[in-house]
Design a protein around this ligand. Structure first.
Ligand SMILES: *Cc1c(COP(=O)(O)O)cnc(C)c1O
Length: 390
């Protein structure tokens, strides 16, 4: 029986229903919901580039030159000179041999994991990895071994068991809902010791971490010999859309031949590639954006400590405030909304049961006064403040 309505009602009653709102951007950090303006702290546009005038201009110019749609997949007629230029620019920036572009990060992860392993192989993944990485493992049919978040001992116990076939260790670089950075050097050492390959999905680290914004691997000093596969997404800090994998030539060539989610899909619009090229220039050159973000994070952490908010330990612009119960997280988010502030409540199954939270994120376009406004609003919401400080 198709008891869909009943299932929907149950979700709603449990405070787990997802709702979509149409929001018109006002500036880099403000949106309008049709009735009023909200100051938002929940986008992944960490560097404040999504609405940048220079990206807009590059996007429009390229659209005027070559049209909107690419018309076909990369292997047919969809691949443009500007796609080539973007792949080369990404490879140079990240110091990898080659880059293969994908239409989204979700598609990249599905296709890459599926192209690398199969039924006889093992994939080792952190429990908090992004859904697309776990789905990639499922699609591949490989045996999936999940280890507790950051638990290198459990991973090593799992790796030390003899198995046939290939082994692939997969991790987020920066965990999307917790904001912490994976123990990348330890992971790379374990990979080397046990003959495993390693893939890092740096969706939230790229542009944000590292000297030139090269991400968590750049910050950890891990090159392509130690971590052959680096996945980056362009819809977050780069402010555009799409994704890529970067690595040694033969790895990337293998994926070009085998990744079904790249082969059997329409190439992204050339205009996006043109805008992304401009974004990479800005990410590498405008270091004030990274410095300002760090100042905002420090200001928020200091204020949150004074208020007794339960922050998860995170050095990145993702600053989760733990609430616990899904319904309470939703209420807190709604209370902030009434105060003109938008922060999304993240609930199971996106995060483990009992760890519902407000996922606060910062953008380089936030001002210090914006952080203060957020803290003032949170101070008004008793459920956000831990018992010890109340
Ligand atoms: C957002 C995200 C993705 C998906 O990227 P899209 O380009 O939005 O599809 C993949 N991995 C991680 C860790 C992400 O946070």
């Amino acid at each position: 029986m198709w008891n869909l309505a009943e299932g929907l009602a149950e979700r709603r009653a449990a405070g787990l229903e997802r709702r979509v709102r149409a929001l018109q951007p006002v500036d880099g950090v403000r949106v309008h919901d049709g009735r009023r303006e909200l100051l938002q702290f929940c986008s992944n546009d960490y560097m404040g580039l999504a609405a940048d005038q220079r990206l807009r201009a590059a996007f429009v110019d390229e659209a005027m030159r070559s049209g909107v749609g690419s018309g076909a997949s990369h292997f047919v007629t969809g691949h443009r000179p500007v796609h080539e230029a973007l792949a080369s620019r990404l490879a140079a920036w990240l110091q990898r041999d080659q880059v293969l572009l994908f239409s989204s990060g979700y598609l990249a992860n599905l296709g890459i994991v599926d192209a690398l392993v199969g039924r006889r192989d093992q994939v080792y993944q952190d429990r908090l990895n992004h859904a697309s990485l776990l789905d990639g493992a499922r699609l591949s049919g490989a045996r999936l071994k999940r280890y507790a978040h950051g638990d290198m001992e459990q991973l090593e116990r799992s790796l030390s068991r003899d198995v046939e076939g290939r082994r692939l260790i997969v991790s987020d670089g920066v965990f999307s809902m917790d904001g912490d950075i994976a123990p990348l050097s330890e992971l790379a050492s374990l990979a080397a010791r046990y003959g495993a390959a390693m893939l890092v999905d740096d969706a939230h680290g790229l542009g944000v971490l590292g000297e030139t914004g090269g991400g968590s691997l750049q910050q950890a000093g891990l090159d392509q010999d130690r971590v052959p596969l680096l996945v980056g997404t362009l819809g977050k800090a780069a402010g555009t859309f799409g994704a890529f994998v970067a690595g040694p030539a033969v790895w990337v060539e293998h994926l070009r031949q085998q990744a079904r989610t790249q082969i059997y899909t329409t190439a992204p619009p050339a205009a996006l590639a043109a805008a992304t090229l401009v974004a990479i220039d800005i990410l590498t050159e405008e270091t004030w954006r990274r410095h300002h973000l760090q100042a905002l994070i420090a200001r928020f952490q200091a204020g949150a400590a004074q208020l007794g908010l339960r922050l998860l330990p995170s050095p990145t612009p993702i600053q989760p405030v733990l609430v616990g119960d899904a319904g309470t997280a939703l209420e807190a988010s709604e209370a902030l909304d009434r105060r003109g502030i938008m922060v999304s409540a993240i609930r199971p199954p996106t995060v483990p049961a009992g760890s519902a939270r407000l996922r606060v994120t910062f953008s380089a376009l936030h001002k210090e006064a914006d952080v203060d406004r957020l803290l003032e609003a949170m101070a008004d919401i008793p459920v956000l403040r831990s018992a010890e400080s109340a």
